[in-house]
Structures are given as C-alpha cells and as structure tokens.
Ligand binder design. Sequence first.
Ligand code: FBP
Length: 281
Amino acid sequence: MKEKMEELKNRIMPDDKAMILAYDQGFEHGPREFVEHPEGANFEYILDIAQKGRFTGLVLHAGLAEKYADKIADSGVPLILKLNGKSELFTEEDPFSPQLYSVEDAITLGAVAVGYTVYSGSKYEDEMHREFSKIVREAHSKGIMAIGWMYPRGKAIFDRKSASKTLKMALDEQEQTNQAIDETPSIVAYGARIGMELGADMVKVKHTGSVDSFRWVVQSAYPTKVVMSGGPMTKTDEEFLSRVKDVLAAGAAGIAVGRNIWQRTDPLNISNKLHQLIYGH
Ligand code: FBP
C-alpha cells in the first residue's frame, strides 16, 4: 500500500511540487464563471489545457469525471475527485458542504486523490471535520491521497463581539494590511493546521499576501504539503505569477488553481510560465 501511495504521490507531486487545475467552479459558483469566456464551459477545452499545460492533477466533481472517464484516462492527467460541494445559491452565513460521493466512487472513476472542502469556523464545522477525517482514513486505507480545501468561514469568523483569540490576532493583522479576515495569516494558518491534524496529505489554502506570512502557514501545516488557491482572475499575468513566486519562496508545494488559468485568453501561455516557476522548465 505504501508503494502505491508513493507512486500516486509522484504523479500528483513530481519532485514534491504540484500544479493542479481546479474545475469545480461550475458547481460552486455557477455558469456565471463562464460568461466572459464561454469556452470555459466546455470540458474538452479544459482537459486540453490540463494536458498541454502539463498540470499534475485535475479537480472534478463526479458528473464530468464519469462522462469523460475515457478521455481523462487517455490524457494521462491525474484525476482528483472532489467529494463534497455546495452551490452559491444557498447563502447562509455558516456554510456547510456535504459529502456527495464516496472514496469508492473516486477509485472507480480512476482518481488518484480525493478532495473535500472544510469550512472550519462554520457552525457546521463538526460535521465537516468528521466527514473529512473519515474520508482521509478510508482514502489512506485504500491507497489514495486526500486533499483538504481548508477555507475557514462562517459567522463566528467575522464576529468581533465574541472574538476568539485567533480572531483577535486576525483583526490586528487586518488593521495593518487591510486583508479580508479569511485571508489573514492567523486564520489561514489555523485552517491549514486543522487539515494536517485531520490527516490531509495536502491542504489548499488562500494566499496570505506575503512570503513571511505564507511561510507561517506552511510551518503550521508541516509535514502536510501546502498549495495555494487561485481566487478570481487577476488583471495581469504578472500579478498572479508574483503571488505564486511568493508562496514557492515560502515553501509551498505549488498551486491548485482554476480561474486564473481557464478564464484567460491564453491559458497555455500562463500555464507554461507557471510550470517554469514551479518545475524550472
Ligand atoms: P480558483 O483558483 O478558481 O479560485 O479555484 C479554487 C477553488 O478552491 C475551487 O476549487 C473552488 O470551486 C473555488 O475556489 C471556491 O471558491 P470560493 O472561495 O469562492 O468558495
């Protein structure tokens, strides 16, 4: 089993570095994400980017993974099946993203890893922590990897009146940097740490704005690998590339991003630049 895990790890993280393409936004945010670049709604367009852009993983929900199973297998791009999901149509302040598919489904679909979003800080955090920890156990017992999308979120994260010690630290950080609370180093590092404690092989977190603050996130999650989430498309390639440079300098294993790739007019151009930054060629 150890050897199998090692082999899968080398596929998603050759040289211990990952360059993952996320394509679950059609579910999480809806087709509005495709309006300006309608090609983005077409999965074959995305698979082509993943393959020609030399991505080391492609994140999907089960619907696309099943419909395009043969093409995904032929492309050679490792599949990461996202096991939970929620739409943005439901806007309660405390988010809950329930498990929709199983580890067994992921294995049947040929996935090398499973992904799961955890909203620590939500009033439903217990349930998500429990679901994710079970998923990690099962994934490991069946020889595949588990990746946590660690996004602390919910009413308590913003509630100044009953602020936790961590939130007080985050508020101080916010005062100095003007960052969104859920992107402050204290909050992001806490999410990353929870992912590691729950057993994740890799955690995907928001950028915290600087090399030093992201280094703290990487240290907090150690030995779990940390990858940066992309966020909305930046105005220029340079802005995004500079963020990636920062997180790599901070010790991140790489990136797991979507919109900053497939919403661009020339996705392969930025993919090549990212590959150069992450792998040096
Ligand atoms: P992006 O690089 O497009 O931001 O994708 C990363 C991701 O984590 C997706 O996997 C997920 O669908 C989305 O962000 C969630 O976004 P939000 O932060 O709005 O919940």
